[in-house]
Design a protein around this ligand. Sequence first.
Ligand SMILES: Cc1cc2nc3c(=O)[nH]c(=O)nc-3n(C[C@H](O)[C@H](O)[C@H](O)COP(=O)(O)OP(=O)(O)OC[C@H]3O[C@@H](n4cnc5c(N)ncnc54)[C@H](O)[C@@H]3O)c2cc1C
Length: 394
Amino acid sequence: MNAHEIRERARAFAREEVAPHATQWDRDKALPRELFTRMGALGFLAGPLPTEHGGSGWSNRAFLGVYEELGAVCSSTRGFLAVHTGLVSQCLHDHGTPAQRARWLPKLATGELVGCYALTEPEAGSDVGSLTTRAERDGDHWVVHGEKVWITNGGIADLAILFARTGPGEGRKGLTGFVVELPSEGWTSEHLGEEALGHRASDHVRLKFDGLRVPDDQRLGEIGAGFGIAMSALDHGRLGVAAGAVGIARGCLEEALDHARTRKQFGQRIGDFQMVQSDLAEIYAGTEAAAALVERAAAAADAAHDVAASGADAGSEAAPTREEVTRLTSAAKFFATENAQTAATKAVLLLGNRGYGDDHRVERHYRDIQGLRIYEGTNHIQRLIIARSLLGRP
Ligand SMILES: Cc1cc2nc3c(=O)[nH]c(=O)nc-3n(C[C@H](O)[C@H](O)[C@H](O)COP(=O)(O)OP(=O)(O)OC[C@H]3O[C@@H](n4cnc5c(N)ncnc54)[C@H](O)[C@@H]3O)c2cc1C
């Protein structure tokens, strides 16, 4: 399938099978499990993974269309996908052994398994190097104690990528990744104890580990390599967040345009007022700019991947370095989510009281966009990544 066909498939699914239910899912605070297997059947869950692991073999660039179309109608569904595919399946593909890939990727591709990514702790958010969940070696197992918070899909997951402190070394040097099959003794998930501003249909939980045993053959990557693995997964996830934000902005523009064409006040349609036109033009221009930047980041990720697969040197003329891909991806996430926030704010105002109720998706977009600005690294942290890379700090 080419990128256009992938987007058309995603658009039809989003408009016909997600949009009609998104408000109710948001009110019910849950997504139906069948949604995930349906996304698996359509090839979305493993879109960018190779076909030998049950994937669709789509480029990152083509896969943006799926995130964007879902983002335009339901950020909870798009968020599910960015975690399940970007943070879990792609991470497992990049860092898993052949046996680990063969064991889990095909089932993640169909939705038989749902994945979550457990990094954040109560005292370790942006500062990942300070996390305190500990994994101690016990023969051919690891025993884990600690706590994670705000873990998307955490209560419904069958498979988790979990990061814990193993040593050797302090800070970011002593972290290791593990794959945990669920349910597992010593692993509990519980309600966060507070209601979320947005993404209300998403499953966000607190996780507690009390003597959780993980076999060493479920270690992801080398001991002490966890920080790099966690960060590389975020590069995949952030592309999904950025494209989802473009979707939010497009959704806001669509609703605002519909309303500007039909709503009449002072004897004329509100779209004829120049102040309204100015807002519409600004949403449009910002969104096109965001979409172009997100596409550029995805194209860089594809080029780096293709060159790596061909065995040529990263950083050669044909391929951007990993750092360049990360910098562009952070710029895309930061710019697209800030733009979508502006678009949602303008759209709520343009719809008047209709924008304030949950009959119109702009109300949901207005709440959900705050999450996109925070997770997978806050937009402050994206600025840091960009500036440090530009300034040459390692
Ligand atoms: C809806 C949602 C879903 C999530 N899903 C997941 C998930 O699936 N898995 C997971 O592991 N986590 C998840 N998270 C957690 C999320 O990744 C963290 O909340 C985020 O990384 C920020 O950490 P924090 O909230 O602890 O904020 P803090 O790190 O405490 O930051 C507080 C404020 O200080 C700023 N700040 C911190 N350090 C710096 C600095 N060096 N320079 C400038 N400003 C700084 C931040 O930008 C922020 O504004 C989710 C969060 C939300 C809201």
